[in-house]
Design a protein around this ligand. Structure first.
Ligand SMILES: [Zn+2]
Ligand SMILES: [Zn+2]
Length: 361
């Protein structure tokens, strides 16, 4: 029997998120009910409330989370009651063209911004972010959205693996394939950008030049493994070139999701270099590049969605790396908060302060 739980709900497009009592749906066949123990505040949640995306309402926010399974529906094989799990916001169907061509992160059934899942608010249907709606005491999700993690992994670490860390490490390892000795530029130092910095260093990058609008990010960048830190300015391309033998970076990662920073990443990359866009931007924010520049610079511009990863394989592997000490996540978490404090965490994000805020239940 399911009942009422607290969740962070946005009631209409102009509304500020607030904690409300919502009713969970019954657990159906192939579904599991998870008690959320930790949930990170990601830029994609902010995108749901600041006009970058136009999701339906009322909407439960949250998609980077971990918890323990409380109930399993008929036919569930992936998890039992008590299993510790990280949530996957783009669970692959394993049957569509992309899934059967080694691109599960582009699954044609996944990446829907908001879904109805039977949850109700005052009797009316509620939408949940990315099929999860994880800023909630409990969620009911399809079993392929849960990935078992070791019981000794901290809840907050397990939560981060589900979005920021998988996205950042995957962008470096799977999408860009950074090699030993590469000079890497990272623009935007939130939870994802700092994960890119760490993964680039771990991949053997000789230089990781970290860039943000806030000087206060310097210490976070260095803790993550950056060799250089620059405050974003009009001279960024020149500054990067002067630190890379006049050439520019071999790889640039844009972790903001804005045309201006995508162009800055492009200009700071060497001839023949690669620009990987990790940040999600607006549909009407146009990136202008000249036809001649595209040809003569011979650069590659590509996007990394969910780290071009298969979360079912990579989240358990990353969990082992955390437990062995090979992957450190402590420096990514700058604020541990309650559910009602998420709007204040959005305000910090807008001001460019801190890295990840994480809700502990
Ligand atoms: Zn996210
Ligand atoms: Zn699929």
């Amino acid at each position: 029997m399911t009942g009422y739980i607290s969740a962070l709900v946005v009631r209409n497009p102009a509304g500020r998120p607030a904690v409300a009592e919502v009713r969970l749906p019954e657990v159906g066949p192939g579904q599991v009910r998870v008690r959320i123990r930790a949930a990170g505040v990601c830029h994609s949640d902010l995108a749901m409330v600041n006009g970058t995306l136009s999701p339906p309402h009322p909407l439960v926010l949250g998609h980077e989370a971990a918890g323990e399974v409380l109930e399993v529906g008929a036919g569930v094989t992936r998890a039992a009651v008590g299993t510790h799990v990280a949530l996957n916001w783009a669970p692959p169907c394993r049957g569509c063209w992309h899934c059967t061509h080694s691109e599960p992160w582009l699954c044609s059934t996944a990446n829907v911004a908001a879904l109805e899942n039977g949850m109700t608010l005052d009797g009316a249907p509620v939408f949940v972010t990315l099929g999860l709606g994880a800023f909630a005491q409990q969620v009911v999700v399809p079993e392929n959205a849960v990935i078992a993690v070791p019981g000794e992994l901290a809840w907050e670490s397990a939560a981060l693996l589900g979005c920021a860390v998988l996205t950042g490490t995957g962008a470096v390892r799977n999408t860009a394939r950074v090699r030993s000795g590469d000079a890497v530029l990272v623009i935007g130092l939130g939870g994802v950008g700092l994960s890119v910095v760490g993964a680039a260093r771990a991949a053997g990058a000789s230089q990781v030049i970290a860039v943000d609008v806030a000087e206060a990010k310097k210490a976070l960048a260095e803790a993550a493994g950056a060799t250089d830190f620059l405050v974003s300015s009009d001279t960024l391309s020149k500054d990067v070139r002067s630190r890379t033998g006049g050439r520019g970076a071999d790889h640039a990662f844009e972790c903001v999701g804005r045309a201006a920073t995508i162009r800055a990443a492009w200009r700071a990359t060497r001839r023949g270099g690669q620009v990987t866009v990790v940040g999600m931007g607006r549909a009407d924010d146009m990136v202008q590049l000249s036809a001649f520049d595209i040809f003569s610079s011979a650069r590659t511009l590509r996007a990394s969605v969910y780290g071009s990863s298969d979360p079912d394989a990579e989240i358990p592997a990353l969990a082992q790396d955390v437990l062995s000490g090979a992957l450190r996540l402590d420096h990514l978490i700058t604020d541990r908060i309650r559910l009602a404090d998420v709007p204040a965490a959005f305000d910090r994000m807008n001001r460019g302060e801190g890295a990840r805020s994480i809700v502990l239940f």
